[in-house]
Design a protein around this ligand. Structure first.
Ligand code: UDP
Length: 340
């Protein structure tokens, strides 16, 4: 968003991977920002560098519950909803909570936007297209989603969140924007996130087996987080209120290709092992970003190789930070223990 110094933004899911990068971008443009996070998957360390930032505050609460007074009493100009676990193993761990986060949580934030007159942006997902029969996916495609499978809590939750959002708009209750986010990667993903980019990089760096689900021929299109955040900022500032907008990188590749790139890049000697393909795992996914280009003048600029290098460098630092401190040279651990 440009001219952001008059902006007071709420970022729900602010301690998450994408939310924390969005907060950095908003602050860099002069906005005042409040993060709201349940810390179920978000991490305090993603915001620690903002501890002394006067234009930033963070609130620990779950959007499923009534919003705390610190939030409901603030006159936000913009509300971003990024609050939901987004990795299949995490959102499936408590499917009821995932569904409620998307339905009740989105409703709580829409009501806040209605009360304060804030513009509201929902981060929806390419998962609303399910296992798509149309390729690439355009916003007009209505999707092929199982409403009973293990991914439904997220897919159908996000579809319901979109419904609520556009119902508020139709009724004149809120000014809304909806982004459909495709696979995104970058620094600040959790090492235990469970998604393919973080799994494969962490496994390759630590020499563990690299896990390919199925035969690796399924495709995804990966967008670097800085590109995605730029798309969200532009969408919030735009007049694109007449439907959802795909945000993602149309550079499609197979999971096997991705693994090969990461192995080459890290010089890893890990074994590549195959695991069963998860139920309802989409075969192909690639955004049509014609609408984002036309309406927002946006398209991704970070090439996959550079994005993967940045991400791998960040994970390598993380692993070094969390490793036990090195023992003084020449004093093997056993000698130390024996001496005590
Ligand atoms: N995948 C994989 N190995 C992993 C994690 C995921 O092969 O360690 C596959 C997964 O089955 C899917 C693709 O990589 O086909 C992308 O999965 P991810 O969980 O990153 O995101 P999704 O697009 O499925 O939400």
């Amino acid at each position: 968003m440009r001219n952001a110094n008059a902006i007071t933004a709420l970022v729900a899911g602010g301690a998450g991977f994408i939310g924390s990068h969005l907060i950095d971008a908003l602050l860099a443009e002069g906005a005042t920002v409040v993060s709201l996070d349940s810390y179920l998957t978000g991490r305090p360390e993603n915001l620690r560098h903002l501890d002394h930032e006067a234009r930033f505050d963070s609130v620990h609460a779950d959007i499923v519950e009534a919003l705390p007074a610190r939030i409901s009493r603030t006159r936000f100009s913009h509300v971003f909803n990024l609050a939901c676990a987004a990795s299949p193993p995490h959102y499936q761990a408590d499917p009821e909570h995932t569904m409620l986060t998307n339905v009740l949580g989105t409703r709580n934030l829409l009501r806040l936007a209605e009360e304060t007159g804030a513009r509201f942006l929902l981060t929806s997902t390419s998962e609303v297209y399910g296992d798509p029969e149309q390729h690439p996916q355009r916003e007009a495609y209505r999707g092929w989603v199982s409403c009973t499978g293990p991914r439904a809590c997220y897919d159908e939750g996000k579809r319901a969140a979109e419904t609520l959002t556009f119902d508020y708009q139709r009724a004149g209750r809120a000014d809304v924007r909806v982004a459909r986010i495709f696979n995104t990667y970058g620094p600040r993903m959790r090492p235990d996130d469970g998604r393919v980019v973080s799994n494969v990089i962490c496994q390759a760096l630590s020499g563990e087996d690299v896990t390919v689900y199925g035969d690796g021929s399924q495709t995804r299109s990966f967008c670097y987080v800085s590109d995605l955040v730029e798309g969200l900022m532009r969408l919030m500032a735009s007049d694109a209120d007449d439907g959802p907008v795909n945000l993602g990188n149309p550079n499609e590749l197979t999971v096997a290709d991705l693994v090969e790139r990461v192995m080459r890049m890290t010089g890893s000697r890990s074994r590549v092992v195959h695991r069963p393909l998860p139920v309802d795992d989409p075969r192909r996914r690639k955004p049509d970003i014609g609408r984002a280009k036309a309406r927002l003048g946006w398209e991704p600029v970070v090439p996959l190789q550079r994005g993967l290098e940045e991400t791998a460098a960040w994970f390598a630092d993380e692993q070094a930070r969390s490793a036990p401190p090195e023992r003084p040279a020449g004093r093997p651990a056993l000698v130390e223990v024996a001496a005590e």
